[in-house]
Design a protein around this ligand. Structure first.
Ligand SMILES: [Zn+2]
Length: 110
C-alpha cells in the first residue's frame, strides 16, 4: 500500500479548480450545447460574415442569429468588425473552436 503511494510521488500535485475557472468552463460548454450556436460557430470556422449572410446561409431569422451572436459575444467566443452600417462577425477563441472541431470529429466517427 505504502509502496504504491511512493511510486506516485512524482506526479504533479493536484490543485482544485477555482470557482471562476469552473464558471468559464461550464459557460463554454453551455455555448456549445445549442444546435443553432454550433451551426453559427461552425460557419465562422474560417469565414467572416454579416448577420444577414449567416441568416441566409443557415436559413434562420435575423433576430435569431443576432440573439445567438450576442450570447457568443458576451462569452468572447465571437467578435465583430464594423464596416459602414454592417457588422462582420468572426470567431474569437481558438481553444473553443478546437473543442468544437474535436467534438464534431467525435460525432462523425460513431
Ligand atoms: Zn471520439
Amino acid at each position: 500500500m505504502d509502496k504504491q503511494k511512493d511510486d506516485r510521488k512524482d506526479e504533479e500535485e493536484y490543485r482544485e479548480l477555482d470557482d471562476e475557472t469552473l464558471f468559464v468552463v461550464s459557460q463554454s460548454f453551455k455555448a456549445l450545447s445549442d444546435p443553432t450556436r454550433i451551426r453559427i460557430l461552425y460557419l465562422l470556422f474560417n469565414k467572416e460574415l454579416s448577420v444577414n449572410e449567416i441568416a441566409d446561409t443557415l436559413h434562420l431569422r435575423q433576430s435569431t442569429v443576432s440573439h445567438q451572436l450576442r450570447f457568443l459575444k458576451n462569452l468572447r467566443l465571437v467578435k465583430y468588425r464594423r464596416a459602414g452600417t454592417t457588422l462582420f462577425y468572426s470567431h474569437d477563441d481558438e481553444h473553443v473552436m478546437d473543442v468544437l472541431k474535436q467534438t464534431i470529429n467525435h460525432a462523425l466517427h460513431h
